[in-house]
Design a protein around this ligand. Structure first.
Ligand code: 9MG
Length: 285
């Protein structure tokens, strides 16, 4: 796959690693829930301030989500998700010239977000909900196809694999067939092994250790390791105290070939990746 992915009206150049900043417009997301939400709705001023900070700190993409996938989160209706996400996408596309990604599994949210100028659809369910493939195909946007075993509510009960990386790759192979038959161009697809989505801490670390196997298959790889609970299997830290460990994991993923890191802490990650970039400039190794 080439280094350029078309994200609606913008191009994403993946010749160097990119940072995706997380903007959860939910009352209850893991780690940052409620910060951009007020009186039952999106706090647009807070959202724009956070987005501005992320962009000036080095974010290349902003990922907006209106539904928490944390186990135990309150399910959100389609209307509520639409209202949260579209309010945020409209505010962001009006104010900023950057790629807006939408974290959703809901076909009408995909469609309406595309109409408002989003550039990327990020689906933790891998476009498996009825109608999601058709909506993704119609949008013509870039897609992030994530692996998850099970559903958010129960995915951490007893995750089980024959060979965790082999099983994740087999999942992608199956999905590529479905995506292609829905008319989706596979060179528009980013893959994500789904750290923490139906995986034990050991399975997550094995996926990270073997990330180059996934990278070698040719699709750009996105990773979301930021503040995730695999960190607490090593360090007893609350989510907001996992910044240094998150930056370390993001850097290790980039070292193994990941091209996009989805993070809460953009400034810290950007500093680490600037060091990585400097070390890896041509001629130095
Ligand atoms: C929405 N969301 C939460 N965690 C994620 C991860 O690891 N990857 C992607 N693509 N999306 C995520």
């Amino acid at each position: 796959m080439g280094p350029l992915i078309t994200c609606g009206a913008r191009a994403l150049d993946l010749s160097q690693p990119r940072i995706m900043g997380i903007l959860n417009v939910t009352p209850d997301s893991f780690s940052d829930g409620g910060q951009l939400f007020q009186n039952d709705g999106v706090d647009t001023d807070a959202l724009l301030r956070r987005a501005e900070l992320m962009l000036s700190a080095g974010a290349d993409i902003l990922d907006v989500g209106g539904e928490s996938t944390r186990p135990g989160a309150t399910p959100v209706s389609e209307e509520e998700e639409l209202d949260r996400v579209l309010t945020a996408v409209e505010a962001l596309t009006t104010r900023f010239e950057t790629i807006i990604s939408v974290d959703t599994s809901t076909p009408c949210v995909m469609r309406e977000s595309a109409a408002l100028g989003a550039g990327l659809l990020n689906d933790v369910r891998g476009f498996r909900r009825p109608g999601a493939l058709a909506a993704a195909a119609e949008s013509g946007l870039a897609l992030c196809l994530m692996h998850m075993q099970g559903e958010p509510d129960t995915m951490q009960v007893a995750p089980s694999y024959n060979d965790v990386m082999g099983d994740v790759e087999a999942f992608f192979d199956g999905r590529f067939v479905e995506l292609a038959s829905a008319g989706i161009k596979l060179d528009q697809v980013i893959v994500d092994p789904g750290f923490g989505f139906g995986k034990t801490a050991d399975q997550n670390f094995e996926l990270l250790a073997r990330l180059e196997e996934l990278v070698a298959r040719g699709h750009p790889v996105l990773v979301g390791l930021s503040r995730k609970s695999m960190i607490s299997s090593v360090l007893d830290r609350a989510p907001e105290d996992r910044i240094f460990a998150s930056v370390a994991l993001a850097t290790m993923a980039v070292e193994r070939g990941a091209r996009i890191v989805r993070v809460h802490d953009v400034a810290a990650t950007a500093d680490a990746l600037a060091m990585w970039q400097s070390l890896n400039q041509s001629g130095r190794t």
